[in-house]
Design a protein around this ligand. Structure first.
Ligand code: FCB
Length: 456
């Protein structure tokens, strides 16, 4: 057994997102979001599940924060639901909505837990979608106003702010494949959406800088792909370049180099002329950040194949084939391979700005069962987390400025199009009773936190 000690001050945390845990969709004047509409459309979410109740966290947050304190959790990453703050996505703040997050933040602080706040984890106010959603440039400006409203109220108490969670998913699952809200299947629109999300980030970050006290950290979280060739051929190498272009460089290049990748613009030239990029946009998007959040779950293996028709989250990539990696996988069917995390972290560190990094999501779904002894023996999840944490440790040792790790997720929750069928929590939620039960992974993580290290 090897002991891996993490540096002093390393941030241990757990992550959640508003729509996935809160429930209470009409409480305190909240307006509808695109996820309410999507989940209530028959056939779009497994089992017809919706976020109407979820983990009932909106009402149970004091008990959930107490649970975090029992875990010894130093930090908690959560998202604010935009339609709770501006029910229609514009105009003055709804005091009751802001008040909820102020109480959550105060509760966290009173327990010594650092709040890390994400402004957008996919729940766009429906009214903004009706006006064009992320396809409309105006949405980016509305986002900056929303950022300002939240910062004005919570800026004195929240030290780390994230503009967007995973803009790749919001743009391409939302507007190209239609697997996520708003369920559009228009590849040209999805590229516009990606740009407007990045513009929203840039304008939002600037609004945050003006409103937040000096020293407050501003970040974005990306789901970066560890893209690897599924075969040794020139075609597979070309497929890697294209998926890397759309999955990684489409976001990293504008954020850290101030331009879009030429090859991606070229590859997608048949869909759009990119005229949605206006003067000044890239300056706004590339303003310096304090931190980059990385979410990682599984590697992406690609090869070339005969063109496949039908909606895909990869515009202009109909002839790219996604290869499933043999070996162990999670209940999502996602291959378990911590090498991918190693690739992603080193790549960002070496090729992009030497910006501090945090793993803002990492974790695994398994078909957990509540045993007759009342426990959940999720040893596969513990192995998954341990393997990935060993990679985090190794990256730090080799000089990567990696400051923290947030397990996805604190609680079982509404896993988007999979509904409640996939359980990612380290704490089990019995949905009919809303009882929380610590899985073995929660007990294990508590130990990791309290000893600041892992045994491998
Ligand atoms: C990420 C999302 C998060 C969760 C995990 C499993 O893409 O950010 O909300 O669904 O995947």
């Amino acid at each position: 057994m090897t002991r891996l000690d993490f540096p002093e001050g390393f941030t241990w945390g757990a992550a959640t997102a508003a729509y996935q845990i809160e429930g209470s969709p009409a409480a305190d004047g909240r307006g509808p979001s695109i996820w309410d509409t999507f989940a209530h459309t028959p056939g779009l979410v497994a089992n017809g599940d919706t976020g109407d109740v979820a983990a009932d966290h909106y009402r149970r947050f004091p008990a959930d924060v107490a649970l975090m304190a029992d875990l010894g959790l130093p930090a908690y990453r959560f998202s604010v639901s935009w339609p709770r703050i501006q029910p229609g996505g514009k105009g003055p703040a709804n005091p009751a909505g802001l008040g909820h997050y102020a109480r959550l933040v105060d509760e966290l602080l009173s327990r010594g837990i650092t709040p890390m706040l994400t402004l957008y984890h996919w729940d766009l106010p429906q009214e903004l979608e009706d006006a064009g959603g992320w396809g409309a440039r105006d949405t980016a400006f509305r986002f900056a106003e929303y950022a300002d409203l939240v910062a004005a109220r919570l800026g004195d108490r929240v030290p780390i702010w994230t503009t967007l969670n995973e803009p790749w998913c919001a743009a391409f699952l939302g507007y190209a494949s239609g697997e996520h809200a708003p369920g559009r299947t228009d590849p040209a629109l999805s590229l516009r959406a990606a740009h407007h999300l990045l513009l929203a980030h840039g304008l939002g970050a600037s609004a945050l800088r003006s409103a937040l006290p000096a020293g407050t950290q501003v970040s974005i979280t990306l789901n970066l792909c560890a893209v690897m060739p599924g075969a040794t051929s020139a075609e597979a190498t070309a497929a890697v370049r294209r998926i890397d272009g759309l999955g990684n460089r489409l976001f990293l290049d504008p954020l850290f180099r101030g331009h879009y990748p030429v090859d991606v613009r070229h590859d997608t030239g048949g869909l759009t002329d990119w005229s949605f990029v206006e003067d000044g946009d890239l300056e706004a998007i590339s303003a310096p950040l304090d931190l980059l959040g990385i979410n990682y779950y599984t590697p992406t293996l690609v090869d070339a194949g005969p063109p496949v028709a039908g909606p895909s989250p990869w515009p202009a990539c109909a002839d790219v084939r996604f290869v499933s990696q043999p070996g162990p996988a999670t209940a999502m069917g996602w291959a378990i391979d911590a090498q991918g995390l190693r690739n992603v972290v080193h790549r960002v560190h070496e090729e992009y700005a030497p910006i501090p990094l945090m793993i803002t999501e990492n974790g695994a779904a398994f078909d957990d069962e509540l045993g007759s002894d009342g426990g959940v023996r999720d040893h596969e999840r513990i192995s998954y987390l341990r393997e990935h944490l060993a990679v985090v440790h190794e990256a730090i040792e080799s000089g990567v400025d990696l400051r923290g790790y947030f397990v996805w997720s604190l609680l079982d929750n509404f896993e988007w199009a999979y509904g409640y069928s996939k359980r990612f929590g380290i704490v089990h939620v019995d949905y009919p009773t809303q009882r929380r039960v610590w899985k073995d992974s929660a007990h294990w993580y508590r130990q990791v936190i309290s000893t600041n290290g892992i045994d491998t």
